[in-house]
Design a protein around this ligand. Structure first.
Ligand code: PMT
Length: 403
């Protein structure tokens, strides 16, 4: 996803420097080339060797160190960068940039670059709220520096308030957005389903599953960021409405999801079924709460319509993407679903793998293509994977777009 992207990461002297290590490792996983520049103060918190090992590149600290080549270091890095990120960005560094001061390798590199600069402030709450710091931040914004607001929480100094550096996940999402979020799905209509369905037994009980909706919502956010026209049909989840989604249709049961998907299908270019749709529902729904007896309770279940199967039977020009959640024979069962449901792609997740499947913020997926190609991805956040899945969808659209 970030292959051929050069990211210069500036690390300044704050305790949040340790989070920058995680950020480097995530950037590397996505294929970026990362060059770390540290201030002298930053080396008091994390050693250059840590960043060198994680980035697999030499770490630059000194302005006047013996050059490895005849390139002038700050100019070379400034020119090479597709994006310059400063994480953590201390009040001192923010002040320096805002004041036009370039007195060390990092501040000179920032001054010399034509690449976008993204700053992740991290400091004590009172420092962050200091009007001078706030004025510097406003000044930087007016010069088109991007800032990721710090989070509120317990700070290393013991204070509670604003000032915690944004999480590596948030930073990564912003970096990916800056580097590759082209509006490459502009004008495309995409329908995404998310979450579980609930199949009523009586007015108080239902059959459902563990889907949280996070995967589907991540896809919806990603599609909206790429300017698609997004319809999200969601089973019951506890997630906020994703930004910029055009239409959010809440549903409860598989039958309702079926009706809503069918009502919107013809208008769509792309459908991604990330929802965990119940395969069965109780044959009869009791109008009253079923009273407990001394005996067991037998429920007769009947099959729900397979929504995706029906979409595949009426595929037309739609791009259809399914998910497969399996506990065994992942590739074999997923491939069978891809063929049986006439899909373009199927995203297979193995529910037995740690960090994959239901509930968490991460997933481990294999994307299986009609051609048989399998893209195996490492454990990544659902946000990152949402974009990777859309990259694959985009590559399916391209041949048609080229005609
Ligand atoms: O929501 P999260 O907590 O983030 O978890 C994500 C997830 C694990 C739910 C998601 O990544 C996932 O795998 N969703 C599909 C789960 C599932 O129902 O798989 P399946 O193998 O039973 O179904 C295969 C495909 O057919 C799915 O795209 C499903 O949406 C679709 N289907 C299934 C049954 C049905 N009656 N109609 C359908 O359209």
């Amino acid at each position: 996803m970030l292959q051929n992207k050069n990211i210069v990461l500036g690390v300044t002297g704050g305790i949040a420097a340790y989070k920058a290590c995680d950020l480097v490792s995530r950037l590397k996983k996505l294929g970026a080339n990362v060059n770390v520049v540290m201030t002298r103060a930053a080396t008091e918190f994390v050693t250059p060797l840590t960043f060198q090992t994680l980035s697999q590149n030499p770490v630059a600290v000194e302005m006047f160190q013996q050059p490895g080549s005849w390139e002038i270091e700050h100019i070379a890095l400034a020119k090479k960068a597709d994006l310059l990120v400063v994480a953590p960005a201390t009040a001192d560094m923010i002040g320096k940039i805002a004041g036009g001061i370039a007195d060390d390798l990092l501040s000179t590199t920032i001054m010399a670059t034509g690449a976008p600069v993204l700053l992740a402030p991290a400091m004590n709450t009172h420092m962050y709220q200091n009007p001078i710091v706030q004025e510097n931040i406003s000044r930087l914004k007016s010069f088109n520096y991007r800032l990721i607001a710090p989070e509120t929480g317990r700070l290393a100094c013991g204070d509670v308030g604003e000032g915690k550096m944004a999480s590596p996940e948030t930073l990564l999402a912003a970096i990916v957005k800056l580097l590759i979020r082209q509006p490459d799905l502009a004008g495309k209509r995409i329908l995404i389903t998310a979450g579980p369905t609930r199949e009523a037994i009586d007015p108080v009980r239902f059959i459902s599953n563990h889907s949280s909706g996070k995967m589907g919502y991540a896809l919806a956010r990603a599609a909206a960021e790429r300017d698609a026209v997004v319809t999200l049909i969601s089973g019951p989840v506890g997630l906020p409405r994703p930004n910029n989604v055009d239409l959010l249709i809440p549903v409860e049961s598989a039958a309702e999801m079926y009706r809503q998907v069918m009502a919107h299908y013809q208008d769509q270019d792309i459908v991604i079924m990330a929802a965990a749709v119940a395969d069965y529902r109780p044959k009869a729904v009791s109008p009253e709460k079923i009273k407990k007896t001394n005996n067991g309770l037998t429920l007769e279940l009947e099959k729900n319509t397979d929504i995706l199967l029906e979409l595949g039977q009426n595929k037309g020009n739609h791009i259809l993407v399914g998910f497969a959640a399996e506990t065994q024979n992942l590739l074999e069962y997923s491939r069978e679903k891809l063929v049986h449901k006439n899909l373009d792609l199927i995203v297979a997740n193995d529910l037995t793998e740690e960090g994959a499947g239901f509930g968490g913020d991460t997933n481990i997926i294999r994307i299986i293509h009609r051609s048989g190609q399998v893209d195996s991805l490492p454990k990544l956040t659902k946000t990152e994977l949402g974009h990777i899945i859309l990259d694959k969808v985009r590559s399916l659209l391209e041949p048609a777009a080229a005609l």
